[in-house]
Design a protein around this ligand. Sequence first.
Ligand code: HEM
Ligand SMILES: *[C@@H]1O[C@H](CO)[C@@H](O)[C@H](O)[C@H]1NC(C)=O
Length: 332
Amino acid sequence: MATTYIYACKPHLLLLYILLLLQHFDVGKSQLEVNYYRTSCPRAEQIIKEQVIQLYNKHGNTAVSWLRNLFHDCMVNSCDASLLLDTAEEVLSEQASPRSFGMRNFKYVNTIKEAVEKECPITVSCADIIALSARDAIVQLGGPAIQIKTGRRDSKQSYAADVENFIPNHNDSMSLVLSRFQQIGVDVEGTVALLGAHSVGRVHCVNIVQRLYPQVDKTLDPSHAEYLKRRCPNPNPNPKDVQYSRNDLVTPMIVDNNYHKNILQHKGLLTVDEELATDPRTSPYVNNMAHDNDYFNQQFSRAILLLSENNPLTGDQGEIRKDCRYVNRNAN
Ligand code: HEM
Ligand SMILES: *[C@@H]1O[C@H](CO)[C@@H](O)[C@H](O)[C@H]1NC(C)=O
């Protein structure tokens, strides 16, 4: 009836109707929306925020982990919480990939999920918990407030074997880094902003010593190299040793442009950090962000949104996990 009416009266309305229909079937980004749980679980976002704050007050570095989780989950195929699946039967967890080295606090994701489950069982996805906890963590870490959309669903598998094809290594070339981010729709400016996440957290000595021994990397600031040698005296550290350096010695728990200031002074820890400051494609943005924290915040917010909306599962794809570590036993 409706179609006949539209067709009969206004041909241009038919076009509009087709467009709306196409939009309806378009999967992915367009199906995420602000406050997706407003009717199914109105307090979901509030509960997650409360948990993030409580955990931050007990273990500040949980907030740092929520930020890194967003990168490692969304970059690999989709923001689908595949990162959170435990190794089970023949499936290896993404957490076991060498690229996940140093990731921590996974057990506290369960704390957040349990609080949400108590209020609304099997309603809020683990993928949205990753996205919302990252958003709230950024605020706890003094960064910008970002309006993150929701409606993601959880994968039924993990992709440990794919991780290295998506997440760059600490010493990869800037060309490779930029192409990885471009693949998920993050441009050069956005990539420079996202690396600003390295204004918080730490790097273990295994990821630093290549720049210290046998010779000090000439691109590294000499006094910083001395400092790093004191932090990492062993040229062949055991990966199990908890020897590390903080990324940012001045404001180690604040997401800000101090990362960009540091790398301009050649005090970045990773090879990719140093490359970002000197590659002609990225250095103009590094300069501008180092000199203008508002500009950094604006670009960081834009790029976090792009990252958080990478190829989500929506509609009836995937599932809503009850426990973020396991796929549901009985298909729901
Ligand atoms: C070229 C891209 C990137 C590379 C190669 C890279 C690599 C690394 C490495 C090697 C570490 C140290 C791990 C350790 O030794 O413990 C690290 C830490 C970290 N990364 Fe990245 N990263 C990249 C981009 C990002 C992005 C885009 C984000 C978030 C938006 C991010 C967030 C973090 C955080 C928060 C930490 C500190 C973790 C902690 O202290 O627990 N990284 N990254
Ligand atoms: C990068 O570092 C790893 C060790 O983390 C090493 O095995 C690899 O050879 C390095 N690659 C380059 C291009 O230097």
